[in-house]
Design a protein around this ligand. Structure first.
Ligand code: NAP
Length: 248
């Protein structure tokens, strides 16, 4: 039986590179996206051209009905889901906490925290031996922001990723005896479009000198860590927060 991985937010950035790497290692890949269908179809086409198997799946992880449909669509197209990468995430414009609207805070937690939790819930329902499943692996994409706090930039995002970290630890313990491993990768600053989407296209250049390795990470370097956590080589690793951040 082939492994089937659903990767949220896989149309661009870290998710897209993780999808391609997973496919190259034999996973059948559900490429979730929220809005950018063309980009998701491009990721799927790249995987198929390379001889792999993938399908694009629309859905907003913050919307429960979308999450239910995403899992059903992925299973319908590829078979039982054995692995989940909770990668979809958003930042917002640089702001202090005393400038943040309630709507911004709601969105920050709806996507980064509740989206992660809803997808994990659906995965556990399918993977857990308690529910007749055969086990599985969940990798949550957090951030070193959870450790640093991101003052003056986006404390709301950092707090949301902090919640992802605690969720990872708790869920890992809850399902450890049910065949499911749960871990998080905490990237440092990585070369993707997320910085421009937060109104800071120059953020990579600005932060790079603060990184002990003196450079941003590449999405491939995050994808490699995610694939290791998914793999049997990580069979005794669960409840771990793996920083991939150039020693920052
Ligand atoms: P990105 O380049 O901005 O890509 C974001 C992806 O998430 C896109 O595929 C986007 O889909 C999708 N997405 C956004 N909101 C969604 C939603 N509500 N439902 C489903 N999909 C959604 O981001 P990235 O830099 O690759 O970040 C990936 C993850 O790494 C995030 O969790 C982020 O917080 C984390 N991270 C990134 C960095 C960094 O420096 N890049 C550092 C630490 C942590 P569309 O294409 O349809 O918009």
């Amino acid at each position: 039986m082939s492994r089937v991985v659903l990767i949220t937010g896989a149309s661009r950035g870290i998710g897209a590179v993780t999808a391609a790497l997973a496919a190259s290692r034999g996973y059948h890949v559900g490429v979730n996206y929220r809005a950018n269908r063309a980009a998701a179809e491009g990721v799927v086409a790249g995987i198929r051209d390379a001889g792999g198997t993938a399908v694009a799946i629309a859905g907003d992880v913050a919307v429960e009905d979308d999450v239910l449909r995403m899992f059903a669509e992925c299973e319908g197209a590829l078979g039982p889901i054995t692995d989940l990468v909770n990668n979809a995430g958003v930042v917002d414009m640089k702001a202090r906490v005393d400038e943040m609207s309630a709507a911004r805070l709601q969105r920050m937690f709806a996507v980064n925290v509740f989206g992660t939790m809803l997808c994990a819930r659906e995965a556990v329902k399918r993977m857990s031996t308690r529910h007749g499943g055969t086990g599985g692996v969940i990798v949550n994409v957090s951030s070193v922001a959870a450790r640093i706090g991101s003052p003056g930039e986006y404390v709301d995002y950092a707090a949301a990723k902090g919640a992802v970290d605690v969720f990872t630890i708790g869920l890992a313990k809850e399902v450890a005896a049910e065949g499911i491993r749960v871990n998080a990768v905490r990237p440092g600053i990585v070369r993707t479009e997320i910085h421009a989407s937060g109104g800071q296209p120059d953020r990579l250049e600005r932060i790079a000198p603060l990184v002990p390795m003196l450079r941003p990470g590449e999405p491939e370097e995050i994808a490699g860590a995610i694939l290791w956590l998914l793999s049997p080589e990580a069979s005794y690793t669960s409840g771990t927060l793996l920083d991939v951040s150039g020693a920052r």
